[in-house]
Design a protein around this ligand. Structure first.
Ligand code: ADP
Ligand code: MG
Length: 704
C-alpha cells in the first residue's frame, strides 16, 4: 500500500494548486500531514445556550440569526475597523463584534444563521460577544460535523475555513483509515493500554466523547514519545558496540593536581569524579552530562578529567561558548598547572609539562595556524577554545576526551562535531541549566547523568531584591555601600544603546552617566559584545584585578565569569531577561565569602515577568529556578529550539505527561534490548516510521 506521507494533498478531490499552496504554508503537504494536523481545541457544542441564558464572563455557544450588521471605523484608532452583527433567537438578541477583519462584512448577511461561540462580555452596560468563533449552519447535511458534538477547532491559515477543513479531514479519514497500518507493535499497545491508530486519529478529530478524545490524545502522545526516545535509546545502546578508549585514570598528573588543590572537593564533585573515572577507565566511550549550578565547581572536575586523558597520552579539548570564558579557563588552569614551589620536578610527567593552549576565533590567522599545526602534531595536550575548535582545519593526533561547557549555548549539531575529530573519544557535557532529574533522564536519554547539588562551602549568602524604577536610588545606595567596603559591582543592561521607542536605558549611556554623575567618585568600566575583543579583555582584566569598582555591561557577563570580590549586581529592566539568564547573571556574584546583593530593577507589568522576578527573589537553587522556569514558560520555550528534539514534539507535553513519557522510554529500552536492529517482522512498520522521521539516524544507529 502506498504510504500516506507519500500521497500529496493535491491528489485529493477538491484541492487545486491554489489550495495546496495554502495548506503547504501550514506545513500540510501529504495525507499524513493532514491527518496529523490536530485540533487546537474543541468546542463543546453539545450544549447550546439561548441568548436569554447568556451570562457575563461565560464562554457560550448560541445558534442565532443575523438581524442586522454593519461595519465602521474606530474613532479612536484610525484605520481600525469594527464589524458588528446583531444576532438573535426566539429568546432575545445580542451584539457580536469583530475587530479589524473587514472581510467579515460579507459573511453576516441579514437572515443567515450561525453557531457562535465565544465569551460574553459587558460593554457600555450591555452584554456582547467579542470576536466569537462562528460557523454558518444553513446546510443540514454537515450539521453533524459542525455542531451538536465536540467540534474540533483548528489553527488554520487565512483562506481555509474551519468548516472546509473539517470536511476535508472527514473525507480523508473515511478514505484512508481502513488501509492504515498501525506501526506500534501490538504488544506495546496492549501493555500500555493504548487505542489503535485508526481509532485514535478518528477520535482526535471527531471525538465520540471526552473520554475517547483523552485516550486518542494519550495514544498519539505515546507514539510521539516513543519515536523521540527510540533514537536516544538506540544511540546509547550503540555505544556498547563501539570500541572507545580505556584511559589511564590513575597517575602522576591527577595525583599531583589533587595534592596541590587548595581545597577539598565537595561530596558532589567527588561522586561525579568517581563516575567519570569509571567511564573513562572503561573501553566504552563516555557520554556523560554533568549538571551543576553556577559556581558548583564543574571546572575542577573537567580539569581532572582532562588530566586522566593526558597522563595516558591522549589529548583533551575543552569547548566553551565565549572568548572571555575560554580565556578565563585557560588562565586559571594554566596557573593551577604551574608550580607554586620553585623546585622543578624530575618526573617525566609533571603538571608544568602539560602543554596547554587557547584557540578562539580572534587573533591573527598565522598564530591560529601555528596552534592548529601543534594540535595536529600532538604537541598540545589540552586545548581550550570556542566554536573555533570546530573548524575543519583543527585536527587532533589522538583526541581522547571532549568536554563541552555550558552546553545549552551550543546546538545539538555543534555538540556532535567535536567528538568526531577523534576515534570515539570520551565526551563530558557540562551544564549550569539544571532540569529536574526525572525529565533529564528522558530528555537526555542517550547520556549518563551526574549531578553536583551543593556549592563549595564558605560562600556568602546572596540576597535578591526586586524594586521599581522609582526605587532605583535604593539599589544604587546598596552598590555604593558595597564599593565603600572595597567590593565590586556589576551593573547589567539588556541593550548596548538606549531605545527611546521602548524606553530602555542602554549600557553605553548609563556608563557615561555613572562615570560623570551618579558614581563619579568611583572607577567605572564598560564592557559589551560589540567592543573589540582586545578591549573587552582589557576591561575584564582590570575588573578582575580590582582596578575598577563598577562594571557596566550587557549579557556578555552571563557565562562563567569568576570574580570573588564582586558582591553586588544591579540588573535594570530585569523583566527583559529570561529566568535562566537572570540566574546565570546572578551566579557572577556570591562567589566569595562575603554577603552579596542582587538588585533587580523592573516595572514589569505582565504576569509572566512578575512570576520570573518573584521566583528569583524566592529561590537561589538552580534546580528550583529551572522548575519554575519550566512551569512559567512550558517545555518548548524552556528548552529552546537548539537544544534537542524536544521542540519537535507537537502532540505530547512531557511536563504533563511525564508518566507516559517514562513508559514510552521503558518500552523503547525493552524494544532495543530484544531487537536492536528492529528487524523482527512485527517491528518492520515501526522501523520504517523511525527512519522516515529521523533519516539522519539511519547510518548512525539502526544500520550501523
Ligand atoms: P562552575 O563552572 O560550576 O560554575 P567553577 O568551576 O567556576 O564553577 O567554580 C567556581 C569557584 O569555586 C572557582 O573559583 C573554583 O576554584 C571554586 N571551587 C571549586 N570547587 C571548590 C571546592 N570544592 N571548594 C572550594 N572552592 C571550590
Ligand atoms: Mg563553569
Amino acid at each position: 500500500m502506498e504510504k500516506l506521507q507519500h500521497i500529496a494533498l493535491r491528489y485529493v478531490k477538491g484541492i487545486g494548486p491554489k489550495k495546496a499552496k495554502l495548506f503547504a504554508k501550514a506545513g500540510i503537504e501529504s495525507i499524513e500531514d493532514l491527518l496529523y494536523y490536530f485540533p487546537r481545541r474543541y468546542e463543546d457544542r453539545t450544549r447550546l445556550s439561548t441568548v436569554a441564558e447568556l451570562k457575563e464572563g461565560q464562554p457560550s455557544t448560541i445558534k442565532a440569526k443575523v438581524l442586522s450588521s454593519r461595519q465602521h471605523t474606530s474613532f479612536r484608532r484610525r484605520g481600525f475597523s469594527i464589524t458588528e452583527a446583531l444576532v438573535g433567537d426566539d429568546s432575545g438578541a445580542i451584539v457580536c463584534v469583530w475587530f479589524n477583519q473587514p472581510y467579515l462584512k460579507n459573511y453576516f448577511k441579514t437572515g443567515n444563521c450561525f453557531i457562535l461561540f465565544g465569551k460574553v462580555e459587558r460593554y457600555a452596560g450591555k452584554l456582547q460577544m467579542s470576536s466569537p468563533e462562528f460557523e454558518p449552519t444553513d446546510t443540514e447535511s454537515e450539521e453533524s460535523l459542525n455542531s451538536g458534538r465536540m467540534v474540533p477547532i483548528y489553527s488554520l491559515p487565512e483562506g481555509i475555513t474551519q468548516r472546509n477543513f473539517r470536511q476535508l479531514i472527514k473525507h480523508c479519514l473515511e478514505r484512508y483509515l481502513p488501509k492504515l497500518v498501525d506501526f506500534l507493535p501490538f504488544e506495546i499497545r496492549s501493555r500500555a493500554n493504548l487505542l489503535n491508530l485508526a481509532k485514535s486519529l478518528l477520535n482526535i478529530h471527531f471525538p465520540e466523547s471526552e473520554q475517547m478524545q483523552k485516550q486518542a490524545y494519550e495514544r498519539l502522545s505515546f507514539e510521539e514519545f516513543l519515536l523521540f526516545q527510540l533514537p536516544l535509546v538506540i544511540r546509547k545502546a550503540s555505544r556498547t558496540q563501539k570500541q572507545g578508549i580505556a584511559h589511564k585514570v590513575e597517575g602522576e598528573l591527577t595525583g599531583e593536581f589533587l595534592k596541590r588543590l587548595p581545597f577539598t572537593l565537595t561530596a558532589g564533585q567527588q561522586k561525579t569524579l568517581k563516575e567519570i573515572k569509571a567511564d573513562m577507565a572503561s573501553a566504552l566511550a563516555m557520554q556523560r552530562l554533568l549538571q551543576g549550578d553556577v559556581g558548583s565547581g564543574k571546572t575542577v572536575v573537567a580539569t581532572i578529567a582532562s588530566l586522566m586523558a593526558i597522563q595516558g597520552g591522549h589529548q583533551a579539548a575543552l569547548m566553551v561558548p565565549t572568548e572571555i570564558l575560554a580565556k578565563q579557563h585557560y588562565e586559571k588552569i594554566k596557573s593551577q598547572f604551574s608550580a607554586q614551589s620553585a623546585g622543578r620536578t624530575t618526573q617525566s610527567l609533571s603538571l608544568e609539562g602539560v602543554r596547554i593552549c587557547l584557540l578562539t576565533g580572534s587573533g591573527n590567522s598565522r598564530e591560529k595556524d601555528r596552534i592548529a599545526k601543534e594540535i595536529k602534531n600532538g604537541k598540545i595536550d589540552l586545548v581550550i577554545g570556542t566554536h573555533a575548535l570546530l573548524e575543519e582545519g583543527v585536527q587532533f593526533l589522538r583526541l581522547g576526551l571532549v568536554i563541552i561547557d555550558e552546553q545549552h549555548k551550543f546546538g545539538v549539531g555543534q555538540r556532535a562535531l567535536l567528538p568526531r575529530k577523534g576515534p570515539n573519544p570520551d565526551v563530558l557535557i557540562m551544564t549550569a541549566t539544571p532540569i529536574p532529574r526525572t525529565l533529564a533522564i528522558t530528555l537526555y536519554g542517550d547520556l549518563d547523568i551526574s549531578v553536583i547539588r551543593e556549592l563549595p562551602p564558605g560562600r556568602g549568602l546572596v540576597r535578591t531584591m526586586v524594586c521599581t524604577t522609582e526605587e532605583k536610588d535604593k539599589a544604587y545606595a546598596v552598590a555604593r555601600e558595597q564599593v565603600r567596603q572595597g567590593r565590586q559591582v556589576y551593573s547589567v543592561y539588556p541593550v548596548i544603546e538606549e531605545s527611546y521607542v521602548l524606553d530602555i536605558a542602554g549600557a553605553k549611556k548609563m556608563y557615561e552617566k555613572f562615570k560623570t554623575d551618579e558614581f563619579k567618585e568611583f572607577r567605572t568600566g564598560l564592557i559589551h559584545g560589540r567592543m573589540a575583543q582586545s578591549a573587552q579583555d582589557t576591561v575584564m582584566s582590570q575588573f578582575k584585578k580590582g582596578e575598577l569598582d563598577i562594571l557596566v555591561s550587557t549579557t556578555v557577563l552571563e557565562v562563567g565569569i569568576d570574580v570573588p570580590s564582586a558582591t553586588c549586581m544591579i540588573v535594570e529592566h530585569a523583566e527583559r531577561f529570561g529566568l535562566a539568564q537572570l540566574h546565570q547573571l546572578r551566579g557572577r556574584i556570591g562567589r566569595g565569602a562575603h554577603e552579596s546583593f542582587c538588585l533587580l530593577i523592573s516595572d514589569a507589568s505582565t504576569q509572566e515577568a512578575k512570576a520570573r522576578l518573584s521566583a528569583m527573589a524566592k529561590y537561589t537553587d538552580g534546580f528550583r529556578i529551572a522548575e519554575q522556569d519550566l512551569k512559567i514558560r512550558g517545555p518548548g520555550e524552556f528548552f529552546g529550539k537548539r537544544q534537542h528534539g524536544l521542540t519537535e514534539l507537537k502532540v505530547g507535553n512531557p511536563l504533563e505527561q511525564l508518566q507516559l513519557l517514562r513508559q514510552a522510554r521503558q518500552e523503547a529500552i525493552r524494544l532495543v534490548a530484544n531487537d536492536y536492529e528492529l528487524s523482527a517482522k512485527n517491528h518492520a512498520a515501526l522501523k520504517d516510521k523511525l527512519l522516515e522521521r529521523f533519516p539522519e539516524y539511519k547510518e548512525r544507529t539502526v544500520a550501523g
